[in-house]
Design a protein around this ligand. Sequence first.
Ligand SMILES: *Cc1c(COP(=O)(O)O)cnc(C)c1O
Length: 374
Amino acid sequence: MLPYGRQSVSEDDVEAVAAVLRGDWLTTGPSVDAFEAAVSAVSGGHPVVSTTSGTAALHVAYAAAGVGPGDEVVTTPMTFVATASGASILGATVRFADVDPDSGLVDPGAVDALVGDRTRVVAAVDYAGHPCDYPRLQAIADRVGALTLADAAHSIGGTMDGRPVGDLADITTFSFFPTKNLTTAEGGAVTAKDPALVQRGREFHNIGLVRDPSRFQLRDQGPWHQEVHAFGLNYRLTDVGCALGLSQLRRLPDFASRRAEIKARYDGALAGVAGVRTPPQSPGAAPVWHLYPVRVLDGRRREVFERMRDAGIGVQVNYLPVYWHPVYAELGYRRGMCPNAEAFYEQELSLPMFPDLTDDQVDRVVETLTSVLR
Ligand SMILES: *Cc1c(COP(=O)(O)O)cnc(C)c1O
């Protein structure tokens, strides 16, 4: 089965990991610092905390933003559940704003209608790798004293009007799962413009341990001392993962350009094919295409999905509207709340998209799709 996404691991990547395995530091070592600095360098130059996953990055980000009971987080339903559940698990109330019917990106007008005094974070998702309209989202968040968060699990390496992902929102989270734009096996990261927020995130991801003697409340201990002021978890990414990530980051420009080539090849081949619509792109956006989401019209998405899978093409569907998950349905969220997101879900089909996909494989995907549609 041709997968919808997969990692590209080179011999240099393997060698970078092997070198760390032969060394002194498997975790909390120099590769972690180097990887965080390298992520910062491609994402706006703000401080970075690496984490064990993109889900952990979201949990860290919401915790660092002070999200808790009584707070509201406004987000999109067209995402992986972790964008919302990272706030729910901290006791916040999630409010779902509908998406633009064409792009699947959160609609700033819908966000505007939902924000209020309780809104602590407006969390957008760069669906498929396409950055959201952060200037508008920031103005809305600023008006109510909330922070913007970019869930950039799909979009590291992308830019909007020349500004890199990581510099577009107050807080940005990344995922380095194997299908994403670069991988550390499991992994993620948080970056933010406010260094104090990143420091809180760093402590949360390290059990809440405070190591700066000037902040100690217990002043009678010895040089070994560290102490906890707020609860945290262990979300530390290892040196093994960071070595892979560092090596992968050097390849990110090549990954980005190959993904753009594949996007263009699909666009060209599918333009004018009846029964499908290709993904739109805003002026000013330079996405790194994590997904290639086509829309299958005429109620045929399920049939096309099954026939593509039968033909050995590992298509995927991204995503079930988050509030359809039983955990949210049980909290009282009802179908019909975000009709654009639901219509998007009914039609969405992610075609294979990853850097090692060959032109011949792209052509085979297109031929299979067009013959299924006929
Ligand atoms: C992958 C993903 C996550 C979670 O990342 P993991 O590393 O799998 O935990 C969060 N949000 C979005 C939009 C994702 O695609």
